[in-house]
Design a protein around this ligand. Structure first.
Ligand code: SF4
Length: 84
């Protein structure tokens, strides 16, 4: 993953999102296991780290953010809490 540069640490980071224009159902699939298409897009996204950070901070409960499903984000959040 490419780390975003400092200029993307503003509200404008979404403008660099690889998912811009992608259908919402790709990132919010009905079946939680049907996330391969979203993850493939996220893997190419230059603001992935900021996206994931935002989702974790806002405790987003739905959708793929930063390449992680809600369950994967919850697991990461628990791991981060244990490490703190
Ligand atoms: S990481 Fe994925 S969901 Fe987040 S902005 Fe990039 S493409 Fe969109």
């Amino acid at each position: 993953m490419v780390r975003p540069d400092a200029s993307l640490r503003s509200n404008t980071w979404r403008q660099a999102a690889a998912c811009e224009g992608a259908p919402a159902n790709v990132f919010y699939p009905e079946n939680d296991t049907d996330t391969a298409a979203a993850k493939a897009i996220c893997a190419q996204c230059r603001v992935r780290a900021l996206c994931l950070e935002t989702a974790l901070r806002n405790q987003e409960r739905y959708g793929v953010w930063g390449g992680l499903t809600p369950r994967e984000r919850a697991r990461l959040r628990r791991r981060n809490l244990r490490a703190a």
